[in-house]
Design a protein around this ligand. Sequence first.
Ligand code: PMP
Length: 468
Amino acid sequence: MPNTKQILALNRFDERDAADLDAELESLFARRQAAFGASSVLFYQRPIRMVRAEGVWMFDADGRKYLDVYNNVASVGHCHPRVVKAIAKQAATLNTNTRYLYDNIHDYAERLLKTYPARLSNIVFTCTGSESNDLALRLTKSFTGGSGFIVTETAYHGNTEAVTAVSPSSFKTRSVPPHVRTVPAPDHYRHPTNDLGARFAEDVANAIADLERNGVKFGGLLVDSIFSSDGIYTDPPGFLKQAVDTVHAAGGLFISDEVQPGFGRTGSGMWGFERHGIEPDIVTMGKPMGNGFPVAGVVTRPEILDSLCETTGYFNTFGGNPVAAAAGLAVLDVIEDEGLIENAKEVGRYFRAELHELKGRHPGIGDIRGAGLFIGIEFSLPGTNEPDPATASYLINALKERGILIGAAGAYGNVLKVRPPLCFARDNADFFIETLNAVLRDRPAGSAELVSLQQQAHHGPKGPKTRG
Ligand code: PMP
């Protein structure tokens, strides 16, 4: 198997290539490096200077247009006029910290809570997915008294100290700390089984037992209900149920991270957990919530929130401010009025069928999976299920040259992640299919090996992963 850390570095611009950029890009890059230092990460072998975006399209400084199949931030479409108008109107009227009474936050909270099972009746607003997951960890600890958490092997849940500890995909050198256990992703393709749910639940049960054996009381299981960074695992619907029952039987809580699948992306309701027929104890939301405006939140049962508020409480200066509420309400309006959940279902179904057809023509496509408008295209060495990250890396850059933006996921970075704005149409899917077909067909022999060897020769096997 390829080395995961080395492979994920392939999708990222490397500063040692800066001399190959034209003068203007090189100068912008130098300013960025000077200000942001080692934390700066850019996509692509040749980074893009973006200037504007609209719907499913993004435009660079040279006027080149790109089809965005990467973004779940601008989830209802880039610069959606209704969201932009709502933000501007509210910003011109009132924006403040969140300790006053103002009307729109209540409308927003009530509308969101209506999309949840009745027992999940409290909401806390935050600004990012990371803050939401950080709060979810605190709630779990205060309610259960347990500090042990279980996550999947290539999970990403955010960037705070506590959340990084449960985000193994962030680690370059360290391994998970003593209060965390990982379980394998529910990978049906590379490790087929007749009962994925039973196997996943068994892995969770073993992890709980191992925590307790080592004197760590179990707190909860935290998963992204579409397993985005693990490589996108959606089927069969319902496979999470047994694991959730196992967690509850052990006195723990189940946290569903809906930062990726939430807000209609799966095409079957608002939330990814609904596909599994389960009721989480805590749900975390982020990214698509404000269509680019930082809005995020946590939904839970009152008794769980009470347990934290008895000790420390929670205050977030910007979480759920009036402008955030206006953005969030406009996003809900657009999802409803433009039928975006139905669109995700219909276009997603069509898109996957076309991709299956393409798979028949290209033996390097090992698997197609997904739900709604979140699709994974897994590349394997032809005739095997050995991960082929060099091809995924080649494709990311080659597709960009032909006007399509896409990223990779999975432990080996060999799964192309198709996650466009939800207003994506059939003709956008057709353009993607035609272009992917052409890039695969026209690929020079040995090009994948070349990408890998060039990068290794230049830079050696190191570098941070990219995610998002
Ligand atoms: N959870 C998941 C599943 C994510 O993918 C991300 C971000 N990629 C986060 C949480 C963190 O969200 P944010 O970057 O808004 O803090």
